[in-house]
Design a protein around this ligand. Structure first.
Ligand code: HEM
Length: 132
């Protein structure tokens, strides 16, 4: 295999979706949907900007880009960071539903959209900490 083919195979999801610009667009499309969602909106502060910024840092890292979240905030410990909130299975579904809608809204390639959603599904259900 040539070096070029090899480096193609090793491209991260972050690179495949178009890097920083696309992660920003995802976050900007996602949070208005979250805020408007009846199950999710009440969990979030009115000033959503700081949450959007943290999510930008985190998703960049999560999709294989530079470890921006850890550089600023240390080990992600994302399940622990979600413990103050009642995360029910319905809320995990809703979160993933908003993400699917956001990815569709920004017009991302459908195959990449499915890959991203698959990656996010594990953590979303892992953060569930409340039955109902
Ligand atoms: C399963 C459903 C989920 C719910 C209901 C949920 C809800 C929340 C809430 C309420 C916050 C705190 C907002 C604040 O600062 O006041 C938060 C923070 C955050 N969430 Fe989620 N979340 C979910 C899943 C996820 C997933 C799947 C990811 C990424 C893979 C994620 C990444 C983050 C990040 C990076 C933060 C900021 C953490 C920090 O404060 O340092 N969340 N989430």
């Amino acid at each position: 295999m040539s070096d070029q083919q090899n480096s193609q195979q090793e491209r991260t999801l972050f690179e495949m979706i178009g890097g920083e610009t696309t992660v920003r667009r995802i976050v900007e499309a996602f949070y208005p949907l979250v805020q408007a969602h009846q199950l999710l909106g009440p969990l979030f502060p009115e000033n959503i900007e700081p949450v959007m910024e943290k999510q930008y840092l985190f998703l960049t890292q999560f999709f294989g880009g530079p470890p921006l979240f850890s550089q600023q905030y240390g080990h992600p410990m994302m399940r622990a960071r979600h413990m103050p909130f009642e995360i029910t299975p319905q809320r995990a579904d809703a979160w993933l539903g908003c993400m699917e809608q956001a990815l569709t809204d920004i017009g991302i390639d459908p195959q990449l959209r499915e890959l991203l959603l698959q990656r996010l599904q594990g953590p979303a259900y892992h953060f569930v900490n409340t039955d109902n």
